[in-house]
Design a binder for this molecule. Structure first.
Ligand code: NI
Length: 266
């Protein structure tokens, strides 16, 4: 048993998993994760309307941490304030603020509201001391500009599901941020991203599934789940010329460092 690596899925949406393979039972998906060496996962919030149901779903599982926040594309009618996020982050299970950031791909028009929402999350993160989970899509310049102007470096956090270029990674790293790789890094056409994955300092690297989205090769196109973070870690190991065990132990330690999480606190 001790040959199984201890991996952490640093970003998944457990309340959205496609569970037909597991008879609709989340605990069976988490069992399969465990069999693949995935001992812990961070279930990331997308909106506040669904939040109570998400919390209720994961509450029975000590191996699951959560975040609180509203995705840049989410418009479920509940706009977060700093006070709201700070208050919700008091729950012991909450280790991060997000996911937040900017997404100009899926939203159109005047996006001041998206930028304002991002600023609210950064402030909440600074007040709570819980790191940011940042999503950026077709908005790299504005994302970095707001991170700088709002001093997101004081909060710290992770650029999740990273799919940008090295220059963007470098600027985020300079602000003290971690870079998290998802199944995208396993895709054949992701050569540029694979180059980034070779260069990110080992002590700043995380792995994630972003499940149920973006399943890694060999399951590309199928519903994703936390167990498959193993394939992401294997790809990183291959790219870096390292063993899977090394990648697992490094990314797990990084996760513990960033989210101030340790298994003994469960
Ligand atoms: Ni996500």
């Amino acid at each position: 048993m001790n040959t199984i690596p201890y991996l952490i899925d640093s970003h998944c949406h457990l309340d959205r998993l496609e569970l037909s393979k597991h008879d609709g039972d989340l605990s069976l998906a988490l069992d399969m994760a465990k069999q693949n060496g995935v001992g812990h996962m961070l279930c990331v919030s997308i909106g506040l309307k669904d939040y109570p149901a998400m919390l209720e779903k994961v509450m029975p599982f000590p191996q699951v941490s959560v975040s609180v926040g509203v995705h840049p594309n989410e418009q479920d009618g509940i706009e977060p304030t700093v006070d709201m996020l700070v208050d919700m982050a008091k729950n012991k299970k909450v280790v991060a603020i997000g996911e937040t950031g900017l997404d100009y791909f899926r939203s159109e028009g005047d996006l001041d509201w998206q930028r304002d929402r991002f600023r609210v999350h950064i402030e909440a993160s600074k007040q709570t001391g819980k790191p940011l989970i940042i999503h950026t899509r077709e908005a790299r310049e504005d994302t970095l500009a707001i991170m700088k102007s709002e001093k997101a470096n004081e909060a710290g956090g992770v650029m999740h599901c990273f799919a940008e270029d090295w220059e963007t990674a470098k600027q985020a790293l300079d602000l003290g941020f971690y870079i998290s790789f998802s199944g995208i890094v396993t895709f054949k056409n992701a050569k540029d991203l694979q180059e980034v994955a070779k260069k990110v300092p080992l002590d700043k690297m995380l792995v994630e599934t972003d499940s149920p989205y973006l399943a890694p090769v060999p399951n590309r196109g199928k519903p994703n789940e936390p167990a498959y973070v193993l394939f992401v870690a294997e790809k990183i190991a291959e790219l870096r010329g390292m063993s899977l065990e090394e990648v697992a132990s490094i990314t797990t330690n990084n996760y513990k460092q960033l989210f101030k999480w340790d298994s003994t606190s469960l």
